[in-house]
Structures are given as structure tokens and as C-alpha cells.
Design a protein around this ligand. Structure first.
Ligand code: GUN
Ligand code: ZN
Length: 441
């Protein structure tokens, strides 16, 4: 039985930090170690103790003085938009029509989908993200490419085929029946195969007819253990259009509620302009609002009101939303999250940022027993962070006096250069060769 002992400064959360002094919310071990056996965490604690508990021929990966954390989790992004990041000058609806609905048509070609899926997974890993929830394109072959690339790397990934049957180019539209049939087949093929998890994915109310919403309801009823992902209340023109298409709905949230799409397995991208009534519906149903700061700033969409979610008891998570999001890095994402909240007079402590990227997002997915913290029995998805990964950070770190200050430097200045190593089910992934054999379309 081969064992791996990962040595460094261990940091893992046990609960949501209540404030900047809440030392009970996390566990740190200065000369710590995580023992990995069969892809799972077998022990966590002081290096000296763990070394004694390990077998004599254990492999030791010594990452001192770096931090060892659970792999980061991204709860919303679009894998077919990997090459559409940095598309200039438009707000949501124009951006979708001008750039995204053109780009996503390329995923009809299985070869292109496979190439991008591989690069997408490698990009996540080089940013320290070991689990993500992504939209694929409308084409079933894009879902096959996505889960195949995840399986090849051993990653726990959530995803699904976008369903859309109106307000999109012909080549990107399915029909209510086709969307239902293809989704059902893909769930049967992928959901629960290895670490794969399926997300039923009606893109948003604008691109689905009431008939497709009915089919989505049927899929959710028939597969209650699958996730649901869609978009909600990101942009004012979008809200006006969506609500005009469903004139009987009380508001945008009610469109999804009427079709029974809001459960504790539902992830709703953006949620910027919700009324108290709508946030209360999310609180009652357990649906999660997904905060995508780099995307919301890039598209000029607006500012996520975290305090209102907390006050009304609604769940929220954080995500990159690539390709409206401008970075695969969850560190850069939390940097922007801090600024978005700061602009509204709200605080995001570094402890809360690191909780959100790990255990918080795992809880949003109901996966806290498997990922998001370093506990015995968890999957060994682990990131090693170097707080001096850039020269400017190395200089700044010389003046850092506490762990909290170090975390704030990491989130404010850090990016993929701070990811010293990443482990997926106990396998080191950073040194993997990137497949650079591009197919240019
Ligand atoms: N709303 C519907 N589709 C999308 C998308 O692809 N990106 C973003 N940011 N919002 C959306
Ligand atoms: Zn999105």
C-alpha cells in the first residue's frame, strides 16, 4: 500500500469564521502533514506524529514553508468560453450574441471540445482549483469531452449540457424534447461515474420556452440527486426581457420557482438585483446565489449584496464565471470580491475568503464530507500555496506578522504563480504536461 506524506503549514476550516479573530473556525499546524492513502486523507496533524504513524517506505513531499489547504472550488463557469475571455466592450445580452453564441458553436466539433476540455481542466489545476461546476455547450459531445477530461485527471467535476430552445442561433438551439432526451442520456452515462456529478442546465429564462422549463422540471423530479444550474438577475435588460417572457411570474425568481427548479441542489449565477422577497425564496428553498465578482465587474452588471443574503438567511457561494469572469484564479476572484463588497461598505475578511473558496463552496454543493476540508476520510484534493510566489509578494511578506495578514496578501496579490503544487485524489498534478496540440478554428 503506497502512502504519501505531504508536509508543510496545514490550514483547514471547520466552520464559517465569525470574524477576523475567530481562531476556532480553523485548524493550523505549523510543521504539519497530511497523510494520503488510496487517494484519501488518512491522517492530519503534526509532522512528527504523522511520520510515526506512516509506513516506513512512505513518500514525503516536503513543501515547507508553504501552506497546505484543501483544493479550491469554483461553483460557476463555462468551459466552452475558455477562448472567449477578454471579449471587448459589451454588457450581458450583447456580449452573449456578439461573442459567446459564436464561440459555443465550435463545440459541435468533438475534436475541438476535447482539446478545450483538456486545457480547461489543466487551467483549473494550475490555479489550484480541484473541483468546479461548469456549463458545457448545447452539444452532448461537449459534455462527453468535459467529463472525459475530468476523469483522465481524476477530478471531481460537476457539469451539464446547456439547454436552450429560443433566443439563440439555430445551431445552438435544441427543442424541449431533444434537451430532455439528451440530458437524460448524459445523466445515465455520467452522473456518479467515478467522481462525475451532473448538473441539469437550462441556461436562463430568456433562452428556454415554458415547454423547456416543463421538461427541466421533469428532469429534476426524475433525478433529484443531480444539481441544477442557471442564471438569475445579472443585468437590468436581462431582467426586463426575462420577466416579459413570463408575464404571470411575480418576478424573475418566481419563473424558476414555478417550475420547481429551486432546491438545495440549485446554483443560481449572479443574483445581483433581487428583492428581499426573492432572496427569502432562496432562503426557504435552500437554493444558492453564486457571487461572480470578476464577471460582474467585467460586464458592468452590478454589485452582489452579500449582507442582504446573510441577513435574510440565504446561501451563497463564490465563482469565477469564466469567460465573463476574467480569471481562472480563485485568489484573484476573492480579491475582486473584497473590492465589490468594500464598495458597498461591506467587509470580507481574509479568513472568510479562504473559508469560501474551500469549505464554504463545498457546503454550497453539499460535498463537505468529501472535499473542501482536510479531514480524515476526505478525498485528498489539496493545494499548496506559496505566499511569496511573485517578487512583489516576497517583499510584502517580509513585513507580514500573522497568518491572517498572509492570507490577505495571498488573496490580494496572488494568482497561479502562488500555486506550488496541486494534488487530485493524492496525485501531484502541477508537473503534468499541457497538451499544446491546438486545433485552430
Ligand atoms: N446568462 C446566460 N448565459 C450566460 C453566460 O454564458 N454568462 C453570463 N455571465 N451570464 C449568462
Ligand atoms: Zn454563467
Amino acid at each position: 500500500m503506497s502512502e504519501l506524506l505531504i508536509r508543510g503549514r496545514v490550514l483547514t476550516f471547520v466552520d464559517e469564521p465569525k470574524g477576523i479573530d475567530d481562531t476556532a473556525s480553523y485548524l493550523t499546524v505549523d510543521d504539519g502533514a497530511v497523510l494520503v492513502r488510496n487517494g484519501k486523507i488518512a491522517a492530519v496533524g503534526d509532522y512528527a506524529d504523522i511520520r510515526k504513524a506512516a509506513t516506513a517506505d512512505v513518500t514525503v513531499a516536503d513543501h515547507r514553508p508553504h501552506l497546505i489547504l484543501p483544493g479550491l472550488i469554483d461553483t460557476h463557469l463555462h468551459f466552452p468560453q475558455t477562448q472567449a475571455i477578454a471579449s471587448y466592450g459589451a454588457q450581458l445580452l450583447e456580449w452573449l450574441n456578439t461573442y459567446i453564441f459564436v464561440e459555443e458553436q465550435k463545440f459541435a466539433q468533438a475534436e475541438h471540445a476535447a482539446f478545450i476540455a483538456g486545457r480547461f481542466m489543466d487551467e483549473l489545476l494550475s490555479n489550484g482549483t480541484t473541483t468546479a461546476v461548469a456549463y458545457c455547450s448545447v452539444h452532448p459531445q461537449s459534455v462527453d469531452a468535459y467529463f472525459t477530461a475530468a476523469e483522465q485527471r481524476g477530478m471531481l467535476m460537476v457539469g451539464g449540457k446547456v439547454m436552450m430552445d429560443r433566443n439563440a442561433p439555430d445551431a445552438l438551439r435544441d427543442t424541449p424534447q431533444k434537451g430532455y432526451d439528451e440530458t437524460r442520456r448524459l445523466i445515465g452515462k455520467w452522473h456518479g461515474r467515478g467522481r462525475a456529478q451532473y448538473a441539469i442546465s437550462p441556461r436562463f429564462a430568456i433562452t428556454s420556452t415554458p415547454e423547456q422549463m416543463e421538461m427541466s422540471r421533469a428532469l429534476v423530479r426524475e433525478h433529484p440527486d443531480c444539481y441544477v444550474q442557471t442564471h438569475l438577475s445579472e443585468n437590468k435588460d436581462e431582467i426586463a426581457f426575462a420577466t416579459s417572457l413570463y408575464p404571470d411570474a411575480k418576478d424573475y425568481t418566481d419563473i424558476y420557482a414555478r417550475y420547481d427548479l429551486l432546491t438545495d441542489k440549485t446554483l443560481l449565477g449572479h443574483c445581483i438585483y433581487l428583492s428581499d422577497r426573492e432572496i427569502s425564496v432562496l432562503a426557504e428553498t435552500g437554493a444558492v446565489g453564486v457571487f461572480c465578482p470578476t464577471s460582474n465587474l467585467f460586464l458592468g452588471s452590478g454589485l452582489f449584496d452579500r449582507d442582504r443574503f446573510d441577513r435574510l438567511g440565504a446561501r451563497w457561494s463564490v465563482a469565477t464565471d469564466v469567460g465573463a469572469g476574467t480569471s481562472f484564479s480563485m485568489l484573484e476572484t476573492m480579491d475582486e470580491a473584497y473590492k465589490v463588497l468594500h464598495l458597498q461598505g461591506q467587509r470580507l475578511s481574509p479568513l472568510n475568503s479562504f473559508y469560501r473558496m474551500t469549505l464554504g463552496n463545498a457546503r454550497a454543493l453539499g460535498l463537505q464530507d468529501r472535499i473542501g476540508s482536510l479531514h480524515v476520510g476526505a478525498d485528498a484534493d489539496i493545494v499548496v500555496l506559496d505566499s511569496s510566489g511573485k517578487s512583489a509578494m516576497e517583499l510584502r511578506m517580509r513585513t507580514a506578522k500573522s497568518l491572517v495578514e498572509e492570507l490577505f496578501i495571498l488573496q490580494t496579490m496572488g494568482d497561479d504563480r502562488c500555486v506550488a503544487e496541486v494534488y487530485v485524489a493524492g496525485k501531484a498534478m502541477k508537473a503534468r504536461k499541457v497538451n499544446a496540440a491546438a486545433r485552430v478554428l
